[in-house]
Write a new protein. Structure first.
Length: 341
């Protein structure tokens, strides 16, 4: 029986939201020992050394700050900063290193993207999020984004309170492939936007060519809607929804529930995909695309080609990074799901 995502209303507890903050499956087995720095890119080896050293500290239980150290503002004999920020383009191993650090640290610990963290805070509320995370040893934030000032300042407030509570932080930048070489500006933006936290971060630049293909992969030709419907009906645990029904349903769910929406789904099918002009609808689709990609769910797509999903104006605007990432991920999933048989 075909699953209708547009008819699901998942109820997600705060405990589940926190328990799901772990590296995605494709980074479940990475370790520092499996990272291979390029011989001609010394910044990669330097970043590996810095994070490996940091991991030895994080492998020990967290030392609760004394009253004297609290009064002095995390004053300790060491000069190690509580945060590390990996700055660089796609494909240089930032996420590999970030996930490796998480694997080495003692718990409790969190690994999430910037978008997932903002959704978590939105679901729990800032005060509850601070209470839930203040006892954590480490929080890793992949793809720290600066395109929404409100989200940036919200997370800055959260992280400032967590640093004060003794939590260690690690983050990566989110730089487009065609912006390689400009990562230093991303680092400057990061430090400026989180003014209260800037002094707490050790910024490490990682250089190197993108080991993946530049630009978007080729979008497969969309299928007729009746073929999408029929193929979904033949597959086990497949969902199938009309594009409009799906994006209207997403508007009624908090983004923190999009992962649970996909529980038990092995293939996602969407009919009559249409070009988007509404930014709110587009951003919800970005979050759903991320959750599908995390779960490596093949996509069956009808309607317009996926590379026409976002308008030209959207791809030039402030959320360009998010849209290009979503396109890359959706096309990759469709290339898997729509392979000729």
């Amino acid at each position: 029986m075909v699953i209708r995502l547009s008819e699901r209303w998942p109820d997600v507890s705060s405990e589940r939201l926190l328990s799901e903050c772990v590296p995605p499956p494709r980074f479940a087995d990475v370790r520092f020992s499996t990272y291979r720095p390029a011989p001609d890119e010394p910044s990669q080896a330097a970043a590996l050394a810095v994070l490996t050293e940091r991991a030895t500290v994080l492998a020990e239980p967290r030392q609760e700050p004394s009253l004297w150290s609290r009064l002095r503002g995390r004053g300790t004999p060491t000069t190690r900063k509580p945060g590390v920020y990996l700055d660089g383009g796609f494909g240089v191993g930032k996420t590999h290193l970030l996930a490796s650090l998480w694997h080495e640290a003692t718990g409790p610990k969190m690994y999430c993207t910037f978008v997932e963290l903002t959704n978590l805070v939105g679901a729990l509320g800032l005060r509850a999020a601070v209470e839930a995370l203040s006892s954590y040893r480490l929080i890793c934030i992949d793809e720290f984004e600066l395109d929404d000032p409100g989200d940036t300042m919200l997370i800055s407030r959260l992280l400032a309170q967590l640093v004060a509570a003794g939590v260690d932080l690690a983050a990566t930048s989110n730089t487009l492939p065609d912006k390689l070489g400009e990562g230093r500006f991303q680092a400057i933006d990061f430090l400026r936007e989180i003014q209260a936290l800037a002094a707490h971060f050790d910024v490490r630049r990682i250089d190197g060519p993108d080991y993946r293909h530049r630009g978007l992969p080729v979008a497969p030709d969309p299928w007729p809607d009746d073929k999408v419907d029929a193929t979904a009906a033949e597959r086990t645990n497949a969902s199938c929804d009309h594009f409009v029904d799906l994006h209207r349903h997403l508007a009624e769910l908090h983004p923190s529930k999009y992962g649970a929406l996909l529980d038990g789904v092995d293939t996602v099918a969407i009919t009559d995909i249409r070009p988007l002009t509404d930014e709110n609808v587009a951003l919800r689709l970005v979050v759903l695309a991320d959750r599908m990609y995390d779960r490596n769910l093949p996509l069956l797509a009808g309607g317009v080609p996926l590379d026409q999903l976002f308008s030209a104006d959207m791809l030039k605007g402030g959320y360009r990074k998010k849209y290009l990432r979503a396109l890359s991920r959706l096309i990759a999933l469709a290339n898997t799901g729509m392979q000729p048989t």
